[in-house]
Write a protein that binds this ligand. Structure first.
Ligand SMILES: [Zn+2]
Length: 88
């Protein structure tokens, strides 16, 4: 058994997962895409870890505002996070 993680054929690559993570957590992805991300995270510890980090980060960010974000603030935060992820 020399089968490594990287030999698993993944329907979405990690980079695509990371760029879709915000939409995934937002619930704005089509169900089939969300399902693909969930499936990918089951196979890919890196992306599962990324999601956990991402959730923790956005949770901290929202706490930093110390009250519920308005839709505008939330959209702005999401845009900044998305830009940061895409340029990573
Ligand atoms: Zn991955």
């Amino acid at each position: 058994m020399s089968k490594s993680c990287s030999s698993v054929t993944l329907s979405l690559r990690c980079r695509e997962i990371s760029s879709s993570m915000l939409d995934y957590l937002d619930g704005s992805l089509p169900p089939e895409e969300a399902a693909m991300i969930e499936e990918h995270m089951r196979l890919c510890p890196d992306c599962a870890c990324f999601k956990a980090t991402y959730v923790a980060t956005t949770d901290l960010a929202s706490k930093a505002f110390s009250r519920a974000l308005t839709e505008t603030q939330r959209a702005l935060l999401c845009t900044k996070l998305r830009d940061a992820l895409r340029s990573a």
